[in-house]
Unconditional design. Structure first.
Length: 195
C-alpha cells in the first residue's frame, strides 16, 4: 500500500492513470496556456492561480513533498518478531486542489511499468503537522482497499497502513530525489507478503 501512497502517502484517493488525471502523454504537444511549475511540470492557468493562494503552511507542505523520496520501513501486524521491511517511495509533486484535497504525484515502478500517478489524498492539520489520509483507496498496478494515516514533521514520516485485512506501521525520513525521480521496483506489496 505504502508503495504507491507515499509515493503518500501520502500521499491518496486514486485514479487509473496519470492521463486520467489530465497529465499529457509524453508525445503530446505542450499547452501554450500552461506554465512550468517549480518541479518543471506544466501547470494550467487555473492551477497556477490556485498555487498563488497557498498559505505559508500549505506552501511549506508542498515544498516538503516535491521531488523527495520517502525512505524507511514498514511492519506487518501479527509479525512482531520480524524485522521491519525496507520501503522507498518517490514523490514528484504535491498540488493543492481545494481546502483539504491534494494530488500527490507518485512515481510507481512495478514490473514493466514506470509511471507517474496522481494520488488524491486528504490532508488534515494537527497544529503545524500535516497528516495525509486515504480510506479504501484503489491504486493502479497495486490493487484496492488501501487505507493510511501518515504524519510528516521535520523531514520524517510515521503512520499506519492497511491493505484489505493486512496492516501495520510505516516510518522513515524524507530525502531529496534524484534529478529524474526513481522509485524502487515493487516486487510485492506488504499484503502479498503476509499471505
Amino acid at each position: 500500500m505504502k508503495h504507491a501512497l507515499i509515493t503518500g502517502c501520502l500521499f491518496g484517493v486514486l485514479s487509473l492513470s496519470g492521463i486520467a488525471f489530465g497529465e499529457q502523454p509524453s508525445d503530446a504537444e505542450p499547452n501554450p496556456a500552461a506554465s512550468a511549475g517549480s518541479d518543471g511540470q506544466q501547470v494550467s492557468p487555473v492551477d497556477a492561480e490556485r498555487q498563488k493562494e497557498l498559505s505559508p503552511q500549505d506552501r511549506k507542505f508542498q515544498e516538503m513533498l516535491s521531488n523527495v523520496v520517502m525512505a524507511g520501513a514498514f511492519t506487518i501486524d501479527g509479525r512482531e518478531g520480524d524485522a521491519p521491511k525496507a520501503e522507498r517511495y518517490t514523490i514528484r509533486s504535491a498540488t493543492k486542489v481545494n481546502a483539504t484535497r491534494w494530488l500527490i504525484t507518485s512515481q510507481i515502478t512495478y514490473g514493466k511499468y514506470d509511471v507517474a500517478v496522481p494520488v488524491p489524498v486528504e490532508v488534515q492539520w494537527a497544529g503545524d503537522t500535516p497528516m495525509i489520509q486515504v480510506t479504501n483507496l484503489s491504486i493502479p498496478l497495486l490493487g484496492e482497499g488501501f487505507s493510511a494515516r501518515v504524519l510528516f514533521y521535520e523531514g520524517r514520516y510515521a503512520g499506519t497502513w492497511q491493505h484489505g485485512k493486512v496492516g501495520g506501521h510505516m516510518f522513515g525520513r524524507l530525502e531529496p530525489a534524484q534529478e529524474k525521480p526513481v522509485a524502487a521496483p515493487i516486487e510485492e506489496t506488504p499484503a502479498d507478503e503476509a499471505k
